[in-house]
Design a protein around this ligand. Structure first.
Ligand code: ATP
Length: 220
């Protein structure tokens, strides 16, 4: 089968987007030979605390952060939703838009992967996409979680853990690949705290996003 460059899918609250998110996407782009990465800011489901910034503000910040990187794409499909919006449903939509053959790579940090078994219809994710776990140097070890996911997937879905990113090109879905990335100790929680304490947030997130936050008095 001719290989088609995979598309990366990266969901998050992005409240605000920061350099940890951007570096994760860039590492995935390079290490996995992705065609592009779709950033999908999440909605506000009823059972979860609402983000601090509004949906239009989170969109503005992601738009500013992605500016001038043609491989990074803002996808607005989830952000205004107030019903429970599951990743599996978003993947079904993307699969129908991008075609049956296109490899889709759902990107996530190691911390997110460790909670994967709690996600709605998590095993179905592997029918729709590959999962690329971006493991930060020094992050919590994935050992058992990876082995268990691998064993379940092998028996139920013929999915598997792949040692090399090459495998992502050979099929549209069904692979777990763990890529390493340098640790960037940045979190949106910490940035919001710094803003509320009127501290400088430069170099933790793009300047344009830092100015936006200041201008709109976000997180104060
Ligand atoms: P919060 O502090 O509000 O929980 P966050 O900074 O963790 O937010 P999210 O939008 O919740 O950001 O995260 C989306 C994804 O980004 C998750 O898969 C998470 O693992 C990953 N991620 C967040 N921060 C980093 C970072 N510094 N380095 C690598 N991945 C990160």
């Amino acid at each position: 089968m001719a290989s088609i460059a995979p598309v990366g899918i990266f969901g998050g609250t992005f409240d605000p987007i920061h350099n940890g998110h951007l570096r994760l996407a860039q590492e995935a782009l390079e290490q996995c030979g992705l065609h592009s990465v779709h950033f999908i800011p999440g909605g506000t489901p009823p059972h979860r605390d609402a983000p601090y910034a509004s949906a239009p503000q989170r969109l503005d910040m992601v738009r500013l952060a992605l500016h001038r990187n043609p491989a990074f794409v803002l996808d607005e499909r989830e952000v205004y939703r107030t019903d429970p919006c599951y990743t599996v449903d978003t993947l079904v939509e993307l699969r129908s838009e991008l075609g049956e053959q296109r490899p889709l790579c759902l990107l996530m940090g190691g911390d997110a992967f460790l909670t994967l078994h709690t996600w709605h219809e998590w095993k179905r994710l592997f029918v729709l996409a590959h999962i690329v776990v971006m493991q930060r140097a020094g992050g919590r070890p994935l050992g058992n979680a990876i082995k268990e996911a691998d064993a379940t997937l092998r028996s139920e879905y013929h999915a598997r853990l792949a040692p090399s990113a090459r495998a992502l090109l050979d099929s549209p879905a069904g692979i777990i690949f763990v890529a390493d990335m340098p640790a960037l100790e940045i979190s949106a929680t910490d940035i919001r705290r710094r803003c509320s304490e009127k501290k400088d947030t430069r170099y933790l997130l793009p300047d344009a996003v830092a100015y936006y936050i200041q201008y709109h008095h976000l997180y104060t």
